[in-house]
Design a protein around this ligand. Structure first.
Ligand SMILES: Nc1ncnc2c1ncn2[C@@H]1O[C@H](COP(=O)(O)OP(=O)(O)OP(=O)(O)O)[C@@H](O)[C@H]1O
Ligand SMILES: Nc1nc2c(c(=O)[nH]1)N=C(CO)CN2
Length: 172
């Protein structure tokens, strides 16, 4: 049994359908799904805005299978790996995982770094995460940080690019 925080993004094709495919892919395991945010691209590559959600899921899975199941959903969305931080139909990032004892898993294998090493800088991950867990904490290289405190440190221009659109299944 493990519990994962997943960040899901899309900026190519039917963005909302791509996000929905992840909620459907983890059916029976999803505990909470944030509203959808329109987010300006992070990382310096000029491209269309993303739609992003953060979701929490729990299941009798190994830690690694959150990554492999996410990669399988990316393949189903015909994701192509071209430019780092560039456009994609679907991206599923594993932000943080707790094991069956509620202990946050740390991993430094480059194929699965946990907690995700860049999550603390990403408003598109942190802002929706707070919607589903207002007391969320992230284990970073500087220690255990409250997610609301991390958001407060993010540049206001970046935060302005993160705009709530509504619930994934809502009428918008
Ligand atoms: N916590 C993690 N979540 C998702 N992928 C990870 C993680 N840690 C390491 N990886 C590895 O990163 C590789 C590249 O992933 P991907 O192409 O989605 O990166 P990215 O989303 O462009 O950038 P970033 O890693 O900064 O989010 C994956 O093949 C995966 O093995
Ligand atoms: N706004 C936003 N920017 C990104 C995103 C994303 O999901 N949303 N994903 C990236 C690849 O990890 C790079 N940049």
């Amino acid at each position: 049994m493990s519990r994962a925080v997943l960040s899901v993004g899309s900026n190519v094709g039917d963005r909302r359908a791509h996000l929905r495919s992840v909620v459907a892919g983890f059916a029976g395991e999803v505990i909470a799904v944030s509203p959808v945010y329109s987010t300006a691209p992070w990382g310096g590559v000029e491209q269309d805005d993303f739609y992003n959600i953060t979701l929490i899921a729990e299941g009798s899975r190994s830690v690694r299978s959150w990554l492999t199941a996410g990669a399988e959903l990316e393949r189903a969305a015909q994701r192509e790996r071209e430019i780092r931080w560039g456009p994609r139909t679907l991206d599923v990032d594993v932000i943080s995982v707790e094991d069956s004892d509620g202990i946050v898993v740390r991993n430094d294998d480059p194929t699965l770094i946990l907690p995700h090493p860049r999550a603390d800088q990403r408003a598109f991950v942190l802002v929706p995460w707070l919607d589903v867990d207002p007391d969320a904490v992230l284990h970073t290289s500087s220690g255990i940080e409250r997610v609301d405190a991390l958001v407060a440190q993010i540049d206001s221009a970046e935060l302005a690019g993160v705009r709530r659109l509504g619930e994934l299944d809502g009428d918008w």
